[in-house]
Design a protein around this ligand. Structure first.
Ligand code: GUN
Length: 297
């Protein structure tokens, strides 16, 4: 069997088009333009490239973005002062602090300092708590993007056996939580596997849907996949490749060539989950501006 490849770029483009129309309507009805503040501390190449992609995506659909790039030596106090300023800036509806942060800065202190109504990453404890309780809130972008991909590809989650590989605060934990919600896009039976899991293959072989978010190439090989399973690859790994123009290429957590012969549906890297993550950030920013507009009325 050869899997159908999920085109994340195409799904993302459709959602971005819907958002562009919402933004145009919001601006003409209320004069409010959604605004996102992007904060990057340091010069990590992968973070720089993510941040630039986020700003470009904002510009393409009519979101104002403010670019805040700070040197790697920035202190926690300086960053907290910037967050405070952005929390009070009426042009800014969402704040995104790119992670990871340099060692001298506590990530949890910074995330806690972001006003929950501007937490478009969905990382603040208030957002996380509401998500777990099934209350309306900003959903974290990558897990939300994965759910949107599954939904738009009409994958049935109700009662499905889903194995999530990875337990990060950004992907694995929230994704597992969303998948078990008693909600139209939930109701799955979820197993979360991680670095201490014994016999990973025994778990993945039972899965109707495997979601790989381990951050390690070839975590999922063909022998670990049930024929006909759906495989979602959240991994973004840079591997050295002297033949590539930049000296590296991107690869996911899944052995794509071999697994696509076994699976029924699979996401590629790049071009799968990645474009969806940015799209859901745009979605949350528009939602934040809409909420502000409805409160102003
Ligand atoms: N670093 C890796 N993924 C993310 C993300 O989704 N949001 C932020 N802020 N930083 C990240």
């Amino acid at each position: 069997m050869s899997a159908r490849i999920i085109d994340g770029k195409q799904v993302a483009a459709a959602i971005r088009q819907e958002l562009q129309q919402k933004i145009a309507a919001l601006r003409s009805e209320t004069g409010i333009q959604p605004g996102l503040a992007v904060v990057l501390v340091g010069t990590d190449p992968a973070s720089q490239s993510y941040v630039s992609a986020k700003e470009k995506a904002c510009a393409e659909i009519g979101i104002y973005s403010s670019d805040n790039r700070l040197p790697a030596e920035t202190s926690e106090e300086e960053l907290l002062a910037l967050i405070d300023k952005l929390n009070r800036d009426p042009k800014i509806h969402g704040i995104l602090v790119q992670l990871p942060l340099p060692r001298q800065i506590s990530e949890s202190k910074i995330i806690n300092a972001i006003a929950p109504e501007k937490d478009v990453d969905g990382f603040h404890p208030v957002s996380v708590g509401k998500m777990v309780l099934g209350e309306e809130t900003y959903l974290p972008c990558t897990p939300h993007g994965v759910l949107q991909l599954l939904q738009r590809c009409e994958v049935n989650l109700s009662g499905a056996e889903v194995v999530v590989v990875g337990r990060s605060n950004i992907v694995g934990k929230p994704l597992a939580n969303l998948l078990i919600q008693k909600a139209p896009y939930g109701n799955a039976t979820v197993t979360v596997c991680h670095t201490r899991t014994r016999g990973l293959r025994n778990h993945t072989l039972r899965a109707d849907i495997i979601i790989a978010a381990a951050g390690c190439p070839n975590t999922i090989t063909a022998g670990m996949v049930k024929p006909g399973a759906v495989v979602i690859d959240v991994g973004v790994n840079r591997v050295e490749d002297p033949q590539a123009k930049r000296g590296y290429r991107l690869t996911g957590d899944v052995d794509f060539a071999a697994v696509s012969e076994k699976a029924s549906l699979i996401t590629p890297v790049p071009g799968g989950v990645g474009p969806m993550t940015i799209t859901m950030l745009l979605f949350n920013t528009v939602q934040a501006a809409q909420k502000k507009a409805s409160h102003a009325r």
